[in-house]
Design a protein around this ligand. Sequence first.
Ligand code: SAH
Length: 347
Amino acid sequence: MGVKKLIDQLNKEEALSYDNWLVLLSSYTPHDISYAQSLAQQIVRSVYGRDIYVRGLIEYTNYCKNDCYYCGIRRSNHKAERYRLTREELLSCCRQGYALGFRTFVMQGGEDGFYTDDWLEETIHEIKRKYPDCALTLSMGERSYDSYKRFYQAGADRYLLRHETAEQHHYEKLHPKELSFSHRKDCLYALKEIGYQVGCGFMVDSPFQTVETLAEDMLFIHDLKPHMIGIGPFIPHKDTPFHDRPQGSLEKTLFFISLLRIMEKHALIPATTALGTIHSKGRELGILAGANVLMPNLSPVFVRKKYALYDNKICTGEEAAECKDCLAKRIESIGYKIVCERGDYKP
Ligand code: SAH
């Protein structure tokens, strides 16, 4: 079967077999990329219109106990200048974000034991008390079922935890042995069971990725049925074991955004900062490929350069207000508009 037929089948059945994914992923042409893009655009417009949701990203710590080979804030990177935000600093990011129109805040950080369950619970409570009309998303890695449950009960609404790769051997090539795909997967299913809107995702062209591992990613995503799916190109960081690996492809990332939109029609899919980093119009192209979310940086400017997961990250110098205005203009230029809403998953 040709790739176009497989894309049609994906559109109709919202799934493909492993073998069909292999065929699609090993034989697509630029023509198929445009075909997927036009379908993805129709789909996203029929579900979400031309609305683009924004999430204020607060990178609250770059301390991390993990040692992921791709990540610039891995524990073994002794060149990383570490920081932690205080509760007051975090709340002040929310205050500023709220004034700018953000109705979702994302707390993202390394896995930092300094922030205990008690500390986080109280902080979540406080944010939700001050901003009851906002959604709060957490992205702080793997924790216990009980911690996830406490944070949910304290008011957190969503959780982002990229699965990184759904193929166990590939997972082992990206992470040290204390981390496993099976545990990552358990966390994602636990988060879903507790009631969070859940996000998974992966890097496009991460080292050792193949069409086989990508086919596993697509099957895993289909099985998990996440509310959010975050993908972006792998970008090397100079002080990591993968410093000399090539950066991910723009075209391939855009193609995957379209395929994910065709498979998971209602998903919230961001045009990520990594995509904006490898191409000056990367985020606009991501939206035209089927994404409907942007995650501008709300972190205090004095920490932004320090939250360096990869090299040359964009928007590390601007104030949040400048970022928001710049994004609004970019989005209008392609015929979409940023809306000031929580932007929940539409079933
Ligand atoms: N500690 C949290 C947050 C991780 S940072 C967690 O474990 O979920 C968010 C995402 O950035 C990661 O899930 C990873 O997919 C991505 N990332 C890390 N290093 C990267 C790199 N070098 N290039 C592109 N994306 C990267």
